[in-house]
Design a protein around this ligand. Sequence first.
Ligand SMILES: CC(C)(COP(=O)(O)OP(=O)(O)OC[C@H]1O[C@@H](n2cnc3c(N)ncnc32)[C@H](O)[C@@H]1OP(=O)(O)O)[C@@H](O)C(=O)NCCC(=O)NCCS
Length: 159
Amino acid sequence: MEENHTNEPVTIRPMRIEDLAPVFQLGERLFTLSESPSLYRTWDEFEVIDLYRNDPGSCLVAEWNGRVGGFVLATVIDKRNSPRRYGYLVWFGVAESLRGRGIGRRLFAAFRGIMEEGGVRMLLVDTEARNVEALRFFEKCGFSSPRDHVYLSLQLAED
Ligand SMILES: CC(C)(COP(=O)(O)OP(=O)(O)OC[C@H]1O[C@@H](n2cnc3c(N)ncnc32)[C@H](O)[C@@H]1OP(=O)(O)O)[C@@H](O)C(=O)NCCC(=O)NCCS
């Protein structure tokens, strides 16, 4: 993304098929140049396509100046033998140059509205413990009671 253009309006809208490539490219900058936010999911084109194909109604983009400046990729989980539906926010990101001006908050508010309309009772998200900015952001969005989660790994073969 180029420099900031603070006056450009941002539109939050459902993700469309033509957003797949820009969402993938933005996520490449957000999730692979730094560290992956999750051990068990990796950011690649299949991840984006699978989530979009599986649950397009749970995927949103923030369009800024005709470009994708942020996105939510999520899915609704129906648990067997339980009436509860969970909204799992799998990937969430805003371009570096557009941060701190409420785009994440607006994306989340739109996502939350869609989940509520769909009868979802609880939202879930996970991120690395050291991703302090994301944790602060999710707390501001109302998430609470982070549970300590420790992932163990056992390498079975050399890379
Ligand atoms: C987390 C992220 C989406 C926030 O997006 P954003 O558009 O900058 O967030 P907003 O401007 O809407 O901020 C909303 C609130 O979160 C808080 N917040 C956002 N970034 C923060 C930071 N770096 N440090 C502390 N608080 C922060 C703000 O204080 C703000 O609260 P306020 O409105 O009361 O001031 C963005 O930093 C990001 O894309 N991070 C990298 C990707 C990532 O880690 N995703 C999560 C795991 S999938």
